[in-house]
Design a protein around this ligand. Structure first.
Ligand code: ATP
Ligand code: MG
Length: 387
């Protein structure tokens, strides 16, 4: 029996031009997700159909399940355009199900009104046919163990019995481009995933303090990037060194402001890189109140270092929710590898929780900000990471 994959997207909020743009982006991303698998992506009315080579449907389904914009997916079985064809496919579908699924109903949607039978007529005819063919079956219209769905469209008649959830959201690339500040921690990969979910395509930026941080921590960030690449596209992975800045901050500034000062340098460097690459927003894994550098006062002072929009997708999430999401997208196991982060290196014993901008700017007078910034940008390395 031939199998295909039906991909549904939500049409709510898709109006006028938006809709065409959304569909094009989704089509492009679906094709990208299955490239090199020999799969074809076909556009139907208001949905997509993937045709995978024999035996590859499950593997392709797994890839398509990661494409943002897809709301749900079903393995579907095409039938020829008459009742005999629908019966034949319906029997094959039921025969493939475990026998303990012994109560059912049929639900037909007839988008193609030229089909000679109405939806209730098809339900009745196919229901009766299956009862005749499979003595173990009974009809239960209220709580059936499976439902046989029959979609009669203008192009195809498709049967299926199951749907799985897609990730929803908007197709990556449909909302513009952002720069993800990617540490090796649990939070920032989740923030990147959520930004991609809202249609941003991303570049990643990781700050290291080699040789104080090891090559392993850099590999960890690259591995996290690879996980994110599965949800959209190859991700440019940018590396910048903070070693010099950290030394300067340590030598010249009050210890309790060290993290805030470092974060402000990160923002300046991230802004400079974004301008160069045409990226429109910074994305961080900050969440309100998690640590000293994430109080409202601290976030304000950090934000003041850049004029760029900073997106903080985790702001409303609890740690447990973030961890659950990290597990679901397979970044958690990488994030908990024990390598050092540049910020954990020079952690002050008593970080300021309520820094004022005035005080921080005063402390920065001891630093040659412009020179340090150039120094950071001179260390740029970029690697394109694919899934
Ligand atoms: P994470 O789990 O993402 O590291 P966190 O809760 O540990 O977050 P912080 O260490 O305070 O929080 O970092 C806050 C945010 O700053 C991170 O989510 C990330 O976006 C950015 N950041 C921190 N360290 C780095 C780094 N070495 N390179 C790039 N971005 C960083
Ligand atoms: Mg961290």
């Amino acid at each position: 029996m031939q199998r295909k994959i039906l991909i549904r997207y939500s049409e709510i909020a898709l109006k006028g031009k938006n809709r065409h743009f959304f569909e094009q982006a989704l089509s492009r991303n679906l094709k990208q997700a299955v490239k090199n698998t020999g799969t074809q992506i076909v556009r139907l009315h208001g949905r997509f159909l993937a045709v995978a080579p024999e035996g590859k449907t499950a593997a392709v389904m797994e890839k398509l399940q990661k494409v943002f914009g897809a709301v749900s997916l079903s393995e579907v079985f095409p039938a020829s355009r008459d009742m005999a064809g629908i019966k034949e496919t319906a029997a094959a579908v039921v025969a493939s199900l475990p026998r303990n699924l012994n109560t059912f109903k049929v639900e037909t949607k007839r988008a193609d009104k030229s089909f000679p039978l109405t939806s209730p007529e098809v339900n009745n005819a196919i229901g009766a046919f299956l009862l005749g063919q499979f003595p173990h079956l009974k009809v239960d219209v209220h709580q059936p163990l499976f439902t046989l769905f029959i979609e009669i469209g203008p192009e195809e008649i498709l049967l299926y019995h199951d749907s799985i959830a897609g990730p929803g959201g908007l197709p990556v690339g449909a909302s513009g481009k952002g720069l993800l500040l990617l540490s090796g921690g649990i939070d920032s990969p989740v923030a990147g995933w959520l930004a991609m979910k809202r249609g941003l395509s991303i570049e990643a930026l990781h700050f290291h303090s080699f040789p104080f941080t090891s090559l392993r921590s850099r590999e960890k960030a690259a591995d996290l990037c690879r996980m994110l690449a599965r949800y959209g596209h190859a991700v440019p992975f940018n590396l910048l060194s903070l070693t010099e800045v950290q030394k300067e901050i340590r030598a010249r500034c009050p210890e309790e402001l060290a993290i805030i000062l470092l974060r402000r340098m990160m923002m300046r460097a991230a802004e400079a890189l974004s301008r160069k690459r045409g990226l429109q927003a910074l994305i961080t894994g900050e969440s309100l109140g998690q640590v000293a550098s994430q109080t409202l006062e601290s976030l304000n002072v950090i934000s003041a270092a850049t004029r760029m929009l900073i997106l903080r997708p985790l702001i409303g999430m609890d740690k447990v929710e973030i961890v659950n999401r990290a597990r679901a997208i397979d970044t958690y196991e990488i994030s908990i590898r024990p390598y050092e982060d540049c910020c954990t290196l020079f952690v002050p014993r008593h970080p300021a929780t309520r820094p004022t901008l005035e005080r921080v700017e005063k402390a920065e007078e001891a630093l040659e900000i412009e020179r340090l910034l150039e120094n950071i940008l001179d260390t740029l390395e970029t690697e394109i990471i694919t899934s």
